[in-house]
Design a protein. Sequence first.
Lengths: 170, 202
Amino acid sequence: MLTIFAMMMVTTILMNYYRLMAATGDDIASAQDGILATTIATSYMELANGLAFDSYTDTGHVGSSQKSLLTLATNLGRESSYEDSVHKFDDYDDFNGFSIEREAGGTGRRFRTLFTVFYVQPNNVSAYSGNREFVKRMDLKIWRTFPRPEANSRLDTLKVSQVRGYYHFD
Amino acid sequence: MMDVMISMIFGGILLFIVVSANDIAVENQAVYNGDMLVQEMLTATVQLLEGELRNMGFGVPETVPTILTADTSTIVFLTVLNRTATVPDTVRYFIGDTTDLSGTQNERDRLLYRRVNSEKVLSVGTVTVFHLDYITKSGEDLATPVDPGRLAEIHVVDVTIEVQNPHAPYRDANTVKAGQRNALYSSSMWQQTRLASQNSQR
């Protein structure tokens, strides 16, 4: 009787211990995914920062009283089918609605990124604006597509935002 | 007597389970520690590197080329490190040889070096891979070393860094297959695109 009781106790302790070990392993794997997703996010944000603020400002300047020259909030996105890859984008909002999948640096892990670009209120960059503004926000969502994450993964989707303002020196 | 025999058998089984679990726990703990260590090493190295690459060309006159050398594992560029200075600094990042770290168990790790102007060379981290790719605005991958005549075309620098732990628990020799390494090295990767053009495309 005592032996069986001891066996049950040891089994319980071992089960808990293995669960803890597995959780630690998941946390570390999740941290690695977080690092990779962050590198992807910052890479795209870096590329986006190198582009013009708007398709109009790609070739000209917009004065503070000429907001109406900017792209309509409903038209933010790619201007033509030619802009089918990141390297062909010429302005910040070309990323709007764009989705791309890539492998993270020879790790065998693939991540998909979904972009959303919209105008935000200059005095409150967390608030969406349906009007033309001199401030745009890019939201990125990045998640691992291969190998598919477990249902109970700690990190499912990384969400990152970047705000971009337009200015020029006269 | 029968009870004692059964108890001894169960006791033996329990002892075996506990010893096996302990072995696995020790190995896993070492691997997890290694994983955590390489992630910390990687982020520490990258923080410095990405900050400087971001500021590549800062404060450099428009008529002066920014990137002076662009090779697979070496980059030399100009930037003003001290905001009050007027003369740009020459910053060089390059990778050392594996023999620099022959004292470590990992035969692939090397030091990543940084040198500013003609100051003393400093190591900024331990890496196993430090690979640079250079891409033009039109998306062309430039062959390395980049021809001096095409340095001004560099629009994007792709940085790939891998860090492995210098020491790791050895595997059981019987389980090591051909092509496999004899220790459980942890690895962490970083691949980032850095825009060179903000200050440097000239």
